[in-house]
Design a protein around this ligand. Structure first.
Ligand code: F0G
Length: 460
């Protein structure tokens, strides 16, 4: 059964699509400006005069908190709870699987290794399909349904497709998934199969899948749910609203986000910009984007030409979620970094794997693409960009179980078999916790326990 809203009080704001390049407005179901081909973003013209849905920041803070105890499915969604900041969609059309409402965890051991006093993680991997994509998908899939589309489609490195397939199934829509053959994790592939999407593995990379899909949606009545879709960006904003609410509206000094197609950093930056505009907060945190060294188009673009034009790369990284060389939302992300005075950083495969194991050792865990945030923080703290007494939030984007193969290979020592002699080899070994094969003997287990007891555990 589709969970539908019953509350008749709308509470959303009237929205428009506007080109980020030339500023012209566009029809509600477009993705690019018809004049200059730049991406579109959603704006709320009414906010200038009377705030979001005519309410002040303090009234909205109280309203959102009160919705936490409501039994209405739309209020129970950690996205639609903030609906005054989202495009208007009739509540009977909303497809929700109770997304959002994700935890913020303190990571004391990771703070120590990174060289900062306090470190928090907003874990978007705790969403219903295991990634941050659900927060955007509930908005964009609901829009597709209310606009009358029967089919939705995406190209994906695995998480968007899992999420889209789930929301399509819940909303009675058909879904088409294009993924790069052999380059996404089995768990993500299995999700889109189980949720009932038509799933095609193309013999190309993510950027190649995007090229094919862009042509398909031009010719067929299929609604594109890739992150160029501005409704997805709107839903993904809510992670920042929720984070600020969870921090009693105290603004952290830094927010660190992984960068792939660069929509999530854009969404979080847009949310903070809007919160400042509406008087929820008085300053912006610095928003920094971390990429894998082998998939670093934004890092290169900023370092080599100051952000003038995108430098696409042929992407290669074991963090397959962010194996993207030609990111669609680079201009939006660049604006966020510039206006928040954030930065970019790149990290190696070994740095990603070590950081992932460190987040796992806190009893939290995440997928490889999320761990670039901790690996990047270590570098930013070392360079002095992040000061040891500043507050930092990492955005963890995917659940640990999204890529078990990577995790198993890492702990068994198979991920970097040839690097064991390298200086980083020691750091790798220190974080590996391989399974131990034993005879079924009580003494053998007790001996192992005794020798393990001598090792110092993580202090709480
Ligand atoms: N982290 C995870 C776990 C992801 O799945 C992605 C993107 C990102 C980070 C990067 O976010 O693209 O907004 O910069 N995954 C997409 C997908 C591309 O198809 O699932 P971004």
């Amino acid at each position: 059964m589709i969970e539908q809203a019953t509350n008749s009080k709308a509470g959303t704001s009237v929205s428009q699509l506007r080109c980020i390049g030339c500023g012209r407005t566009a029809l509600p179901d477009r993705f690019r400006c018809e004049h200059c081909r730049d991406l579109l973003e959603i704006i709320y013209p009414g906010w200038n005069d009377c705030g979001a849905a005519g309410l002040s920041a303090s009234s909205l803070k109280k309203l959102w908190l009160a919705r936490r105890s409501s039994l209405d499915p739309v209020d129970q969604s950690g996205v639609w709870r903030f609906r005054e900041m989202l495009p208007e969609i009739p509540q009977t059309q909303i497809i929700t699987i109770k997304e959002g409402n994700t935890p913020v965890y303190e990571l004391p051991h990771c703070a120590r290794t990174a060289g900062v006093k306090q470190l928090f993680a907003k874990h978007q991997g705790m969403n219903p399909t295991g990634s941050f994509k659900d927060t955007g998908m509930t908005v964009a899939a609901s829009f597709a349904r209310q606009a009358g589309y029967k089919w939705v489609a995406c190209a994906s490195t695995g998480n968007t497709s899992a999420s889209m397939a789930a929301y399509a199934a819940r909303g009675g829509l058909h879904s088409l998934v294009l993924i790069p053959d052999g380059k996404i994790s089995w768990s993500k592939l299995s999700q889109s199969l189980d949720y009932g999407a038509i799933t095609c593995q193309l013999k190309t990379d993510f950027d190649g899948c995007v090229r094919v899909l862009n042509e398909v949606v031009e010719r067929m009545p299929v609604y594109l749910l890739n992150s160029v879709n501005p409704y997805r960006v709107e839903g993904q904003k809510t992670a920042a609203f929720e984070l600020l609410e969870q921090s009693d509206w105290q603004v952290p000094d830094h927010i660190i986000v992984p960068g792939g197609n660069l929509a999530n950093s854009s969404a979080i930056g847009k949310a903070l910009r809007e919160m400042k505009q509406l008087g929820f907060i008085s300053r912006l945190p610095k928003i920094s984007v971390i990429q894998a060294e082998g998939a670093n188009p934004l890092v290169r673009t900023i370092r080599e030409n100051g952000g003038e034009t995108l430098i696409p790369v042929h992407a290669e990284t074991m963090a397959t979620a962010i194996r993207i060389g030609n990111p669609a939302s680079w201009k939006k992300a660049l604006r966020v970094i510039n206006e928040s005075e954030g930065t970019v950083e790149q990290v190696s495969e070994i740095e990603i794997a070590v950081a992932k194991a460190e987040i796992g050792a806190e009893g939290i865990g995440c997928e490889p693409a999320s761990a670039v945030t901790l690996a990047g923080l270590k570098k930013l703290a070392k360079s002095g960009f992040v000061k040891s007494n500043q507050s930092v939030v990492l955005v963890l984007t995917g659940h640990l179980l999204k890529d078990s193969e990577f995790t198993l290979k890492f702990h068994r020592g198979d991920l970097f078999a040839e690097s064991s002699q390298a200086p980083e080899g020691r750091e790798l070994k220190a974080n590996q916790r391989a399974p131990i094969i034993l005879e079924p003997s009580v003494n053998a287990v007790i001996e192992l326990l005794q020798s393990a007891e001598k090792q110092k555990p993580n202090e709480p």
